[in-house]
Design a protein around this ligand. Structure first.
Ligand SMILES: N[C@@H](CCC(=O)N[C@@H](CS)C(=O)NCC(=O)O)C(=O)O
Length: 200
């Protein structure tokens, strides 16, 4: 398998955490891909122009990160990151959607704030900042019941916390979110998280 990736993409980090948790990281050849380069060829593998994209050995290409994550989990012997059915499955998928939504808002805000100040859409910046705040508070409320569970929901939540530390370190998300902060402090020590920490 080949993974088209960017080194700081949190969605890529999510699939790599899944790969480590599933013992599959050695089976994934990584192809550095700069999706914002004018001459990028990412669209030949992903018409949406995004990473991550996973190229399977038979040439099939999977995207986006929830699909790739579930595929990798299906290859591992004891598939546990995506509960098979019932309430546990919906809970894990909802958590993943919540954490991915925080990432979507954080990235939209980051892109907008990189435009010249006079061309920035202040209403959009505020809207995305509110999504991030509400999303992190919802994760904090959910974290109370997580214990030591490791599903795609917790992995996505940890990646969202890590991305905010990486790109929004000036806006500490921890105050008022003690449950999520305590949970993340433990989860961030997992080998899968340590091996995938983003670097500039
Ligand atoms: N929903 C997608 C989001 C992927 C995504 O937005 N990746 C970013 C990198 S962090 C990207 O490739 N952006 C390029 C673009 O939006 O054109 C997923 O979960 O994989």
């Amino acid at each position: 398998m080949k993974l088209r990736y960017g080194p700081t993409s949190p969605y890529v980090r999510k699939v790599m955490v899944v790969a480590y948790e599933s013992g599959l990281e050695q089976r994934i050849e990584r192809i550095p891909t700069h999706v914002w380069a004018p001459d990028t060829d990412i669209a030949k593998d992903n018409p949406l122009g995004k990473v991550p994209a996973l190229i399977l050995d038979d040439g099939e290409v999977l995207y986006d990160s929830p699909v790739i994550s579930e595929y990798l989990d299906s290859l591992s012997a004891g598939t546990t990151l995506f509960p098979a059915a019932g309430a546990a499955r919906w809970k894990a998928l909802k958590l993943q959607a919540l954490a991915d939504g925080v990432l979507d808002a954080a990235i939209a805000r980051r892109h907008e704030s990189q435009r010249p100040p006079e061309r920035q859409d202040k209403a959009l910046l505020e809207r995305q900042a509110n999504v991030m705040r509400r999303g992190m508070s919802a994760l904090d409320a959910e974290a109370a019941s997580w214990g030591d569970a490791v599903t795609i929901g917790q992995i996505a939540a940890a990646v969202a916390c890590g991305y905010l530390d990486f790109r929004f370190a000036h806006e500490d998300w921890r105050p008022g979110r003690a449950r999520l902060a305590a949970w993340y402090e433990r989860f961030a020590k997992r080998p899968s998280m340590l091996a995938t920490a983003p670097k500039e």
